[in-house]
Design a protein around this ligand. Structure first.
Ligand code: FPP
Length: 250
């Protein structure tokens, strides 16, 4: 005798007690968004940056603790120079506005990635923006900048190896928690949900370590058009998932 599996009824309203604590977003599709409008790619990135502000406000209002967004990967240096320059300008100008924008929202800025490859001007703006928002107790906007998941893991492994060589820990004692303390996101909650708009279905070196038990959500919408309602749909879908973390539900 077969028993029909009880189907979960999809909810239409968010369960405010089950909001993902940490959401990762691959802000993809800016170039296609621009091309479809006959605009240069940099216009797509500008529209993407504007949309980030809307989505930040929405996530902050829901009580999301951390939003990590992929703004520039370690592989993005392979793009044409004018596009890299446009992205760096956008980031720099954004960093200059953070103090004013984040104050009323109680938000805090964090940058994750190898910032040493960025210009001194941008590095200084990062230090300033992180410092002036450091007391914010609302959502943390974590911008992955010159970020690569593999590079992050290599970096953590090198630090752990240096600790072992200096006698601070025995190699055999290096475990997930020990290595995890060297990840950029060690101060943030576990990543619950990773969103990739624009139709691609890959991680592209984003949050490789952190994605271990994250739920994924894909959408065909390009990032500049990704609305609060799309974010709500992603969270509703997340809330209907059965998260078992490798265990079983009895
Ligand atoms: C991927 O889309 C997007 C990027 C490589 C850059 C994302 C950056 C922003 C949205 C700006 C961030 C700005 C701030 C202020 C944080 P793509 O260009 O690869 O799109 P395509 O696949 O359609 O060409």
């Amino acid at each position: 005798m077969f028993f029909k599996k009880k189907r979960k009824i999809a909810k239409s309203e968010l369960d405010m007690n089950n909001i993902p604590k940490h959401i990762g977003v691959i802000m993809d599709g800016n170039g296609r968004w621009a091309r479809r409008r006959g605009l240069p790619r940099r216009a797509g990135h500008k529209a993407g940056a504007d949309n980030l502000e809307r989505i930040c406000d929405y996530c902050n209002s829901l009580g999301v603790k951390a939003l990590t967004v992929y703004a520039f990967s370690t592989e993005n240096w392979n793009r044409p120079k004018d596009e890299i320059d446009a992205l760096m300008n956008l980031l720099y100008n954004y960093l200059l506005t953070v103090e004013e924008k984040f104050r009323n929202r109680n938000m805090k800025l964090q940058i994750s990635g190898d910032v040493t490859a960025l210009t001194k001007k941008i590095q200084d703006a990062i230090v300033h923006a992180e410092q002036v928002t450091s007391s914010g107790d609302g959502m943390i906007l974590n911008i992955a900048l010159n970020y690569g998941g593999r590079a992050e893991i290599v970096n953590a492994a090198q630090k752990a190896a240096a600790d072992a060589a200096a006698g601070r820990i025995a190699a055999d004692d290096i475990d997930e928690a020990y290595l995890g303390q060297y990840m950029y996101t060690s101060n943030l909650p576990e990543v619950d949900l990773i969103i990739r708009p624009s139709g691609e279905k890959r991680l592209s070196n984003f949050l490789l370590w952190q994605a271990a038990y994250a739920e994924f959500w894909y959408s065909d919408i390009c990032w500049p058009d990704f609305s609060n309602d799309d974010m709500k749909q992603a969270i509703l879908d997340y809330q209907n998932r059965d998260r078992r973390f490798g265990g079983v539900k009895i």
